[in-house]
Design a protein around this ligand. Structure first.
Ligand SMILES: Nc1ncnc2c1ncn2[C@@H]1O[C@H](COP(=O)(O)OP(=O)(O)OP(=O)(O)O)[C@@H](O)[C@H]1O
Ligand SMILES: [Mg+2]
Length: 1136
């Protein structure tokens, strides 16, 4: 069957059997095999009738999604594969629709998944029940109570990392619509011994670790705690952290949950203070003290911790200290105080810690109850969820196991009672005969434990209350006397000699045959644990606290309410609470979830057969199946039964018209199923043996296959016929279309043929007509032509006659003209001949005269003719040359180099002279245009050329630069007003120069001023005159032959100006400055200034003569040469 097929029954697609009731044969092996098979296929849930068996998968399976919730919602219990949601849905719907209070009992050993199951149930109910703000708040509070209780009541054990160390029963209350209103939680027997001591590999309650890991520094300081777990004696060290558990994050979750549940801030704070107090109590240590009056005394070792506890709890330190040292016993009016020795002091301390914690836990449960209490008084429907420890069989079983197993006996009892009752009720309801089937009834074991007169718990209480020396041994002795004859009680020392030689039964133990197996209990600790003694001094000391929460935890400490009666023992308290629980459960419809742990390793995929067998045994699961099958293994309402199997009988297939019951009867009759195999109830058919059901299922499967074939056959036939009909219909349509098309084609063809024939005939007719018309026309034309011809012939004949006549007349005229012409030409020829003859006579006459003349004058010409002709020719040539030159003259620009080419070699010198004269002439012409100013400039340029041309490499670059003289506008610049005022003469040069320091060669800018008589140096910025040298004191100017602006001005030795020595400058206008200096000196002193151009010269610095030497330097220095004073005698100037 395909996976996607919709399920209609649990029986569809089953792995093994989904309901153990259907197991055949039924025994432990087949039971476990079935569980294993299903577990291997991820089917962790299996039914035993309405009981759900759940095997812990130890991994998250994808079967708890919202889609799954939807799938199971409102479906019948057996409709889908077994699931906790199916059970939850069934329970919820029974509660809502049938108004029956329900309870779900979840049992199983530690780590089997009880708590997880209870959470799944609650989450399912939360998902399917009503919605709305108020309802959601209730839901949220109910769900959030879990993390709080788990933090305080759960711990890591070797069996389970999140083991519940208390039993929990929660009543969830609903209104008539099925919306949750609130709840009540009851807790059972918190394992308080864990507070002071944990077995190896286990931890204390989660909350201690969560507090230390998750609290802020500030909170820890307030609680006087340190984050370090190892500082606290009560927290075992070897497993302070749990894999996959984040204590810090959980702490936040718990605080958040407390807030949601409704804890006030100060309450939450007080709770944490109590937790801190418990932790700190563990760190109080005692040492022996001096013996007074022969009694042992103890003393607190380090009082610091005590002090902090007192600060935290608000108890007077001396009061608490005294409570740890003395024990006061009050009897009637007497009060006796005895000192505590070290062991007793430790016992007292631990008892206090345990009591403080367990009372805090009960307070928490009450506080949560207060919050989640239903707010209305309307009638409520109740659903109880019980998550309680399962049967425990350890190597060493003590008081706790005894109590737990007692609780499980009671639960088994109620299970048997209710299941059988239900079964019986159903039979009565369905009118089926009830045949009693034997099964084990455990009332006898419950009686052994709880009987008020001689039950084990009663014996224990009696022993605890008895005056005199009471020990665990005296208690065992008592049991041996009282219970010796009980079938389920075994003891080595009992009067019954059955076990005298049973070495598996030690002397200090007793054994009980529980419904789920034998358990050996160590008697040690029974009395103490049952007594659960807290010294009155301690409870009174605690009552004196200023903290209201702690005060409320120790009401017996109030001296005003002193009660000399012993408090009820742990055993009797538990018995009472179990009795209440049972009473509560009996009023409800029970539903069971039996949890099984597949392995001890907390690992997925491992199915340990021995472990499971053990659990199957003590959970009494086989017992379950048997009870369930006590009468009939299977029952089903007639309607669904007929619907499922009607195809097996011709009468009922495909439709049965009558009532469902008679249909089923007919069906079973036809199948010949033996009558003893089934019974007819009022609304259900009851099948005694699963074999019958499986037979029905097999037949159904076979029949389904046949039916499938039939359906296939009919379907195929239908499909073929439909196909054929479709084809036929299509064929007709195609034929019709084709005919239409063919007709259309034929018609088109005929039509076009007719048109062709028509056109041919019309053509033929037209041509015939045309021919006739043409003939007619030609006839008409022929007549005209003939007439024309005739007229033509006539005309031409006349024309010919006329032409002949004209020709004859013309010939006469021509002949006459010819005759006249001939006569004229003959006359002309005669006249021309006559004229030629006359001209020839004249020419011959002239020639003859010439000859006569030449002969006459030849003797006068011959001697000077050659020279004359030569001179004449020459004259003519020169004349032409000048005339030609006149036209080819170049421009008047002195720099124009053009000159016409020379025509004859003999004119060469003339040509050159002429060119020179012309050039001189045009230069003069050019000069004549100059003003005096320009003349002066050119004179200076000329002077410069004479002084420097071909001597200094800087000169050519200066030719193009006009000499400006005063580059600096001293007169205009207000900065130099003072300088201007100081100078009265005309300024010839005013320019910035670099004055080179004589000592180090560095340069500074100075204003260089030349006037008619003086040379001045002034500061560039301020304009202040630095030096003044009369021109008469200037003797020489020296400079290099290179392309640099460096120059030295030598001064007359002994003159005032020369006191510091000669000046060294550099300037871009060196050529101009030197020229002007030269000219001014010449004009003023009438002496020529010596200008030395050399690459090495001497200058005078004070008394020293220093050699200035020019060397080739880099190009980058620009116009300012780099000067370096090498030593006293040498100054190097690097020039580009
Ligand atoms: N249905 C489940 N799917 C996946 N994991 C599960 C399921 N049920 C239980 N587990 C795993 O098994 C662990 C133990 O389960 P749980 O705490 O419910 O056991 P318990 O029966 O309540 O034990 P205890 O008696 O010690 O409280 C869980 O922490 C979880 O890891
Ligand atoms: Mg649990």
């Amino acid at each position: 069957m395909a996976k996607t097929e919709v399920k209609t029954s649990l029986l569809d697609n089953m792995i093994g059997v989904g309901d153990m009731v259907l197991l055949e044969p039924l025994n432990e092996d087949t039971f476990i095999d079935n569980l294993r098979k299903r577990f291997d296929h991820n089917e962790v849930y299996t039914y035993i009738g309405s009981v759900l068996v759940s095997v812990n998968p130890y991994r998250s399976l994808p079967i708890y999604s919202p889609e799954k919730v939807e799938e199971y919602r409102n479906r019948n219990f057996y409709e889908l594969s077994p699931h906790i949601y199916a059970l939850s849905d069934e329970v919820y719907r029974s509660l809502r629709d049938q108004d029956k209070d329900q309870c779900i009992l979840i049992t199983g050993e530690s780590g089997a998944g009880k708590t997880e199951a209870s959470k799944l149930v609650m989450s399912y109910i939360a998902a399917v029940c009503g919605k709305g703000a108020e309802v959601n708040q209730v839901k949220e509070q109910l769900l959030q109570s879990n993390p709080v209780l788990e933090a305080f009541g759960n711990a890591k054990t070797v069996r389970n990392d999140n083991s519940s160390r208390f039993g929990k029963y929660m009543d969830i209350e609903f209104n008539f619509k099925g919306d949750p209103l609130g709840g009540v939680i009851s807790n059972y027997l918190l394992e308080k011994s864990r507070v002071v001591k944990q077995p190896r590999g286990e931890r204390n309650f989660h909350v201690f670790y969560q507090l230390l890991a998750g609290a802020s520094e500030e909170l820890l300081n307030k609680l006087k705690l340190k984050r370090d777990v190892s500082r606290y004696n009560y927290l075992s060290l070897d497993s302070a952290t749990v894999n996959g558990m984040d204590d810090a994050a959980n702490f936040r979750t718990v605080r958040n949950a407390m807030q949601i549940v409704g804890f006030l801030d100060h309450e939450a704070q007080s709770v944490l203070e109590v937790v801190a107090t418990v932790l700190k109590l563990g760190n109080i240590e005692f040492k022996p003290d001096s013996r007074v009056n022969g009694l042992d005394e103890s003393k607190i070792k380090d009082k610091n911790e005590l002090k902090e506890i007192c600060e935290l709890t608000g108890i007077d330190q001396s009061v608490l200290e005294r409570a740890f040292s003395f024990r006061t016993v009050e009897a009637k009016q007497e009060k006796v105080s005895t000192t505590l020795n070290v062991a007793q002091a430790y016992y007292a301390r631990d008892a206090l810690a345990k009591n403080l914690y367990s009372r805090l836990f009960s307070w928490l449960v009450n506080r949560i109850n207060e919050s989640i209490k239903a707010q209305t008084k309307v009638r409520k429907k109740v659903m109880g969820v019980l998550d309680i420890y399962g049967f425990e069989i350890f190597e060493d079983n003590s008081f706790e196991q005894f109590i737990i197993n007692y609780c499980n006996e009671k639960l088994q009892q109620i299970f048997i009672e209710l299941t059988l009752k239900e079964e019986q009720e159903e039979y009565i309801q369905e009118d089926i005969e009830w045949t009693h089937i034997n099964y084990f009834n455990n009332t006898i074991i419950c009686d052994l434990i709880e009987n008020n007169t001689n039950g084990i718990l009663a014996m224990l209480d009696e022993e605890c209350l008895r005056p005199g020396i009471v020990t665990d041994e005296t208690f065992l002795e008592k049991l041996n006397q009282v219970c010796a004859t009980h079938q389920h009680f075994e003891s080595r020392m009992s009067k019954c000699s059955r076990f005298l030689n049973d070495t598996s039964l030690p002397h200090s133990c007793f054994r009980i045959q529980h419904y789920a197996g034998k358990v050996l209990y160590q008697v040690e600790g029974f009395v103490d644990k049952n007594n659960d003694l807290l010294y009155r001094d301690l409870s009174q000391a605690m009552w004196k606290t200023s903290q209201p929460l702690i005060k409320s935890l120790f009401p017996e400490g109030n001296p005003a309410k002193i009660n000399l009666k012993r408090p009820p023992t742990a055993g009797s308290q538990f018995k009472a609470s179990v009795a209440t629980l049972m009473k509560n459960l009996q009023t409800k419809n029970p539903n069971y979830i039996r949890c099984i742990k597949p392995n001890d390793k907390k690992a997925a995929y491992i199915f340990s057969e021995t472990l499971v067998r053990h659990q199957v045994r003590y959970l009494g699961l086989l017992e379950n199946v048997r009870v369930r099958r006590a009468g009939y293994a299977f029952r089903q309402a007639y309607g669904p039964c007929l619907e499922r199997y009607k195809m097996l009988c011709k009468q009922t297939w495909p439709h049965w018209k009558g009532p469902a019951r008679s249909g089923v009867e007919a069906l079973l009759n036809e199948l010949e199923i033996p009558v003893e195999e089934y019974s007819f109830g009022k609304s259900k058919i009851f099948i005694r043996n699963p074999r019958t059901l499986f037979k029905l299922e097999d037949l159904r499967k076979q029949r389904l296959e046949d039916l499938a074939t039939l359906i296939q056959k009919i379907y195929r036939g239908w499909k073929c016929r439909t196909h054929f009909l479709l084809m036929r219909k299509s064929q007709i349509v195609i034929a019709a279309w084709y005919r239409r098309y063919a007709q259309q084609k034929w018609y088109q063809k005929t039509k076009s043929s007719a048109l062709v024939i028509q056109s041919y005939i019309r053509g033929w007719k037209a041509r015939k007509l045309l021919r006739e018309l043409k003939h007619q026309k030609r006839c008409e034309e022929a007549v005209t032509t003939i007439a024309a011809y005739w007229h033509g012939t006539q005309a031409r004949r006349e024309l010919r006659r006329l032409k002949e006549e004209a020709r004859r007349k013309h010939a006469v005229a021509v002949i006459w003209a010819y005759w006249l012409g001939l006569k004229a030409r003959r006359e002309l020829r005669r006249l021309k001949e006559e004229a030629r003859r006359k001209h020839a006579v004249a020419v011959i006459w002239a020639y003859w005269l010439g000859l006569k003349v030449r002969r006459e004058y030849r003797k006068f010409f011959r001697a000077y003719a050659g020279k004359k002709i030569y001179e004449f020719t020459l004259q003519r040539i020169v004349q032409n040359y000048f005339l030609d030159m006149k036209n080819k003259m170049p421009s008047l620009s002195p720099i124009d180099k053009n000159w016409p080419s020379r025509p004859y070699l003999f004119l060469d010198s003339t040509h050159k002279e002429l060119k020179r004269i012309f050039h001189l002439w045009r230069c003069k012409k050019y000069r004549d245009q100059f003003t005096d100013q320009q003349k002066l400039i050119y004179e200076e340029k000329l002077e410069a050329s004479e002084l420097f041309k071909d001597k200094k490499a800087l000169y050519p670059s200066s030719v193009g630069q006009p000499f400006q003289g005063p580059y600096l506008a001293i007169n205009e610049n207000p900065k130099y007003k003072k300088l201007k005022d100081a100078i009265e003469e005309k300024i010839i040069i005013a320019e910035i120069v670099n004055k080179i320091n004589r000592a180090n060669g560095k340069s500074t800018s100075r204003i260089f001023l030349l006037t008619n008589n003086n040379l001045l140096l002034a500061d560039q910025k301020s304009g202040q005159i630095k030096s003044e040298v009369p021109l008469v004191d200037v003797t020489k100017v020296s400079m290099s032959s290179q392309n640099d602006g460096f120059f030295a001005i030598h001064l007359k030795e002994g003159s005032e100006a020369a006191s510091k020595g000669d000046f060294l400058f550099s300037s871009d206008h060196l050529i101009e400055m030197a020229t002007k200096l030269y000219r001014t000196t010449l004009s003023q002193t009438k002496q020529k200034l010596n200008i030395e151009i050399s690459d090495e010269f001497l200058v005078q610095f004070r008394k020293d003569k220093v050699c200035v030497k020019f060397i080739q330097g880099s190009q980058n220095n620009g116009s300012v040469p780099m000067c370096k004073r090498k030593n006293n005698r040498l100054l190097e100037v690097a020039v580009p």
